[in-house]
Design a protein around this ligand. Structure first.
Ligand SMILES: [Ca+2]
Length: 109
């Protein structure tokens, strides 16, 4: 499964271009631009499985920092402030990582 099986390469390029500057990442507008907001729960789950690089069932902070690189390997890493804000937005049960239900809720929020 590749991310471009679910999202269009054109949308990915546009979304990544919009977050090139440091501190410009904001998950809501990124999800919208990349086309994830309009996908089914099942498709969002497939994207989650790509983001969960170590297949632990959760997206941990280190995986969140490299979030953009799942869309394109040469994308930048999120900085600490962006990563923490992203985690805080998605981690509704406060366990310090994002599960698939939390990710689906975050995408649809
Ligand atoms: Ca993981």
């Amino acid at each position: 499964m590749s991310i471009t099986d679910i999202l269009s390469a054109k949308d990915i390029d546009a979304a990544l271009t919009s977050v090139q500057a440091a501190n410009s990442f904001e998950h809501k507008s990124f999800f919208k631009k990349v086309g994830l907001s309009g996908k089914s729960a099942d498709q969002v789950k497939k994207v989650f499985e790509i983001l969960d690089r170590d297949c632990s069932g959760y997206i941990e902070e280190d995986e969140l920092a490299l979030f953009l690189q799942n869309f394109k390997p040469d994308a930048r890493a999120l900085n600490d402030a962006e990563t923490k804000a992203f985690l805080k937005a998605g981690d509704s049960d406060g366990d310090g990582k994002i599960g698939v239900d939390e990710f689906q809720a975050l995408v649809k929020a």
